[in-house]
Design a protein around this ligand. Structure first.
Ligand SMILES: Nc1ncnc2c1ncn2[C@@H]1O[C@H](COP(=O)(O)OP(=O)(O)O)[C@@H](O)[C@H]1O
Ligand SMILES: [Mg+2]
Length: 509
C-alpha cells in the first residue's frame, strides 16, 4: 500500500510580476518527520510556505492534508487545520508580555477563554514535553532573540499546531541556541508533530532533518532521504554546480597593518558600544571577529573607517595614527571597506553598475588617462567583474537600485577588492548572497591575504568566520572575551565566548 502523506502540496505555481517564484512545485511531507526545505536566497521557499500558511494565494496547485483537499484562504484556515508558522522576522508585539503574546489573536471561546491559570497549566505541559520554558510575565521586547523565537513556537503550539513551519529559524541564533532548538524539534516530532524546517545551512540540515527537498529558481530539484546524501551533494543540487571550496597558501605574516589600542566608542544611544578593545591585524593574515550581532562590532568597524568618533584610545593603519583622520585619508593609507549597510554606505543607487564599480579607480589608468575617462575600458572592466562575481544584471549600464540586495553586495565587494587594498574591513561580506557567489567572495578575501594583505572580517556567520580566519576574536558587550587561533577554534568554544564566558582561554598566538 502506498504511504499516506501528512501533507502534500501539488504542482504549486505562483508568479509575482516578472518572477516565477514557484514553478509547479510538489512537496510531500510525512507525519512526524523533520522535512528540510533548502535552497539559495530567492529559490522560492518562503513563498511556498506562505502559500501553505494562507498568506499568499497561489496561481494554481492543490494542497492535501492527510490525503484530503484543503482550501486555505487565510492563516485562520491553516491554523484551524493545525498548521503553524514561525516567520523569519518575528511578529510579536514587543510591549506586551509573553503570556499576552501567546494568547493574542487566539479567538476566545467558552472553553479556552483566557485565564492566567489555564495558560500556566498548558505552559507546564509544553515546557515538560518540548523543552519550551518561557518567562510568561516578562515583557517580550526585552527577551533575547532565541527566547522570542521560542515564544513564537509556543504560540503556534498553543493554537493547536501539529505541522510547524520554521522559516530559517537558526539564522538569528547562536550555536547553543540552535542546539536547544534542535532538542525541542526532536521532542516535537517524537510526539507526532511534523516540522518543516527551512534553511540554507547544510551542516544543520544534515543534523536535524529526515527528508530534504531542494529548490532552485522556483522549482524542486529533488527530494532525498538524509541518509542518501552528504552536504556536498546538497550544495551541488542547490547551486547547480560543484563548489570548489576555499584554499589558502602557507605564508608568514608580516607587519601590523591595523592596530586598535584600548578603544572606547559610543553607540547611537550615547552608551559605550566598544569598551577598551585592542586588536592587531598583520599583513598576510585574516582576523575574524565573531559575536552575536549588536555587541559593538558595527561601532568598531565604523570607528576604524572613520565615520564614528572614538571616545578614547587609538587606531593605527600601516603604523600611522589615524584616530582623528578623515575617511579619505584612511583610504589613501590603503583601507578598503565592505560596509554592512551597503545601501546607505556602499553604493550610489541612482548610478549605473559601471559607475559604482569604477568609483574608486576612476582617476587611475586604464579607467582614465590625463584626467579623461576611458569609458570603453571602464565598461570592459565592469563586464569582467559582473561575470566574475556572477552579478545578475542586464549589463553594466543598469542602475544599481534595480538589483537585488545580494547583487548590490557583490557590486560593493567587487569594487573594494579590485583595488587590492592593503587592509580590508569586511562587514558581513556574504550576507544575503547566494552560496556560489559567497564562495567567490570568500576566495577573493583569502586571495588578498595570500598576496600579503591584511583582512579583518566581521561576521555573525560563525561558519564563515571559521572558514576564513587565521585568528578569531570574540566580542561580547563591546569587549574582547576571547581570542583563538584557527586550530584552537571550535563552535562550542566560540559559542561560550559569545556569551561572555571565556574559561580563561585567551591566547595570543
Ligand atoms: N511579495 C512579493 N512580490 C514580488 N516578488 C516576490 C514577493 N515575494 C517573493 N518574491 C520573489 O520571489 C522569489 C522567491 O522568493 P522567496 O520565496 O522569498 O525565496 P526564498 O525564501 O527561497 O529566499 C524571489 O525572486 C523574490 O524576490
Ligand atoms: Mg525566505
Amino acid at each position: 500500500m502506498e504511504e499516506a502523506f501528512r501533507l502534500e502540496l501539488q504542482n504549486i505555481t505562483k508568479r509575482f510580476d516578472k518572477t516565477l517564484a514557484n514553478d509547479g512545485v510538489t512537496l510531500r511531507v510525512k507525519r512526524g518527520e523533520v522535512h528540510a526545505l533548502i535552497g539559495e536566497n530567492g529559490a522560492g521557499k518562503s513563498t511556498l510556505m506562505n502559500i501553505l500558511y494562507g498568506l499568499v494565494k497561489p496561481d494554481s496547485g492543490k494542497i492535501l492534508l492527510d490525503g484530503k483537499p484543503l482550501t486555505i484562504n487565510s492563516p485562520k484556515d491553516s491554523i484551524a487545520n493545525g498548521i503553524g508558522m514561525v516567520h523569519q522576522h518575528f511578529m510579536l508585539a514587543p510591549s506586551l508580555t509573553v503570556a499576552e503574546n501567546i494568547v493574542l489573536g487566539h479567538p476566545p471561546t467558552r472553553s479556552n477563554i483566557w485565564k492566567p491559570s489555564k495558560l500556566k497549566e498548558k505552559m507546564k505541559t509544553l515546557e515538560a514535553d518540548f523543552n519550551f520554558d518561557v518567562p510568561l510575565n516578562a515583557v517580550t521586547g526585552g527577551l533575547t532573540v532565541g527566547l522570542m523565537q521560542r515564544v513564537e513556537i509556543v504560540k503556534t503550539l498553543y493554537r493547536g499546531a501539529e505541522i510547524i513551519i520554521l522559516d530559517e529559524p537558526t539564522a538569528v541564533l547562536t550555536p547553543q541556541e540552535a542546539e536547544e532548538l534542535f532538542v525541542s524539534i526532536r521532542k516535537l516530532t517524537q510526539a507526532g508533530h511534523t516540522v518543516i524546517f527551512i534553511s540554507h545551512k547544510l551542516k544543520e540540515v544534515m543534523e536535524i532533518s529526515d527528508t530534504i527537498t531542494v529548490m532552485r529558481a522556483g522549482r524542486v530539484v529533488g527530494t532525498v532521504n538524509k541518509e542518501d546524501v552528504d552536504a556536498e551533494q546538497l550544495a551541488q543540487m542547490m547551486i547547480g554546480r560543484e563548489l570548489k571550496g576555499v584554499t589558502r597558501a602557507e605564508i608568514d605574516k608580516g607587519e601590523v597593518a591595523l592596530k586598535v589600542d584600548d578603544l572606547n566608542v559610543l553607540g547611537d544611544d550615547g552608551i559605550g558600544a566598544v569598551n577598551g578593545l585592542s586588536l592587531e591585524v598583520h599583513l598576510g593574515e585574516i582576523v575574524g571577529i565573531a559575536g552575536v550581532e549588536g555587541n559593538g562590532q558595527t561601532e568598531l568597524s565604523e570607528a576604524i573607517l572613520g565615520v564614528r568618533k572614538c571616545k578614547s584610545g587609538k587606531v593605527f593603519i600601516d603604523g600611522k595614527d589615524v584616530t582623528t583622520a578623515s575617511v579619505g585619508s584612511r583610504i589613501e593609507h590603503g583601507l578598503g571597506f565592505i560596509a554592512q549597510d551597503r545601501v546607505k554606505e556602499g553604493l550610489a543607487l541612482d548610478f549605473s553598475i559601471r559607475d559604482n564599480l569604477v568609483l574608486k579607480s576612476r582617476k587611475k589608468e586604464p579607467i582614465s588617462k590625463n584626467g579623461i575617462m576611458r569609458w570603453r575600458n571602464a565598461s570592459k572592466m565592469s563586464r569582467k567583474m559582473i561575470e566574475d562575481y556572477a552579478i545578475k544584471a542586464n549589463g553594466e549600464e543598469e542602475k544599481v537600485q534595480s538589483l537585488s540586495g545580494g547583487n548590490m553586495q557583490k557590486v560593493v565587494v567587487a569594487r573594494e577588492l579590485s583595488q587590492s587594498p592593503k587592509l580590508v574591513i569586511a562587514c558581513q561580506p556574504t550576507r544575503g548572497v547566494d552560496i556560489g557567489a559567497s564562495e567567490y567572495i570568500r576566495s577573493m578575501l583569502v586571495k588578498l591575504r595570500d598576496q600579503g594583505n591584511a583582512v579583518l572580517v566581521i561576521s555573525a556567520d560563525l561558519d564563515e568566520i571559521m572558514e576564513l580566519s587565521d585568528r578569531i576574536l570574540v566580542m561580547f558587550e563591546g569587549r574582547k572575551t576571547g581570542e583563538l587561533s584557527s586550530s584552537q577554534a571550535n563552535e562550542q568554544r566560540i559559542g561560550k565566548m559569545m556569551f561572555g564566558q571565556n574559561e580563561g582561554e585567551v591566547t595570543e598566538p
